[in-house]
Design a protein around this ligand. Structure first.
Ligand code: ATP
Ligand code: MG
Length: 289
């Protein structure tokens, strides 16, 4: 499947209305569930094992979305086949007092994947240019107010671009997803958290409150996407009204990213090879005694 139409790989003006929220009947749910997604997951698992063995590079996957867009399902279904030792999922909530005592990239830097690992950020440093912008949180924080200038958000976008380029230049590939759900579909999903008892645990009053700021969020997303897309750290605006289609697109992009990284099992040095042969002799001579 070609995922290029969802990619933004350079700074430009972004109009979210021009990006589809639906799968447009491209592939059936059964086809995705039964065949396409499992195939991608199997291949990802193989590539991830190589990445882990290679132990030099890492992959950072960023997930951003409005509430109920399906981040959790993507994590569950796309990362399912992968050895849990090699994947770390990190959820970013509103910052703690300790985190607020630091600059905003501090907690992010601490949570980055180690060499050989895949890191999945369920929300991320992007919240600091999204919820922080919509609710003007910087004005009500410990942040030095004389540094809140007119170009404050532009500077933050630039800091994020620099930070991500730094990661890429040091061996961490970066790929970012915005799960693009329609306002109508979100309404249905939030309602189902009320009408279906086994979804009650997902219910949160804040989701309905945040929905009141829908347009402001879409605008904050557009500005952020337009300013933080880069060839080395592209954004994908993934249709999110059809859950299985969302999972297919994300799995395809992650798979393609890993294919492009082309991780290799390390070659043994000649001394290691000799040591291995020595051990073979010992084990074979042992002959089950
Ligand atoms: P769901 O989509 O199922 O509701 P979720 O990702 O929204 O899952 P929650 O625990 O409901 O998970 O929400 C986390 C909250 O933390 C979000 O409302 C988010 O905006 C907030 N948050 C994350 N990072 C920051 C930040 N840097 N500053 C302020 N709020 C933040
Ligand atoms: Mg939430």
């Amino acid at each position: 499947m070609n995922t290029e139409r969802y990619r933004i790989a350079e700074p430009r003006k972004v109009d979210l209305k021009r990006f589809p929220t639906g799968g447009e009947g491209q592939v059936s749910k059964d086809e995705i569930r039964g065949r396409l997604l499992p195939a991608n997951v199997r291949r990802m698992a193989d590539l991830q094992e190589r990445l882990f063995a290679e132990n030099t590079r890492s992959l950072l996957v960023v997930l951003q979305a409005m509430d109920a867009a399906g981040k959790d399902g993507v994590i569950r279904h796309v990362m399912s086949g992968i050895n849990p030792q090699g994947v770390q999922v990190v959820n970013f909530k509103a910052p703690s007092a300790e985190e607020n005592d630091q600059t905003y990239l501090w907690r992010v830097a601490r949570a980055l994947p180690r060499r050989g690992e895949i890191g999945v950020f369920n929300r991320s440093h992007y919240e600091d240019v999204l919820v922080a912008r919509v609710h003007d949180l910087v004005r009500r924080s410990q942040f030095p107010q004389d540094l809140v200038t007119d170009d404050f958000w532009e500077r933050r976008y630039r800091q994020i671009r620099d930070f991500e380029r730094y990661l890429v230049e040091n061996g961490t590939a970066v790929v970012k997803f915005f799960l693009h759900v329609s306002k109508d579909e979100q309404r249905g999903r939030l309602l189902s958290r009320i009408t279906e008892p086994d979804k009650h645990w997902k219910f949160s009053r804040t989701d309905t409150d945040e929905r009141q700021h829908w347009d402001e969020y879409q605008q904050a997303y557009e500005l952020m996407l337009g300013s933080t897309s880069a060839p080395e750290a592209p954004w994908y605006v993934v249709p999110a009204d059809d859950k299985w289609f969302t999972r297919l697109v994300v799995s395809q992009v992650v798979r393609d990213t890993l294919e492009a990284m082309d991780p290799q099992y390390p070659e043994l040095a000649s001394e290691e090879r000799e040591a291995m042969e020595e051990c073979r002799r010992i084990l074979e001579e042992d002959g089950g005694k």
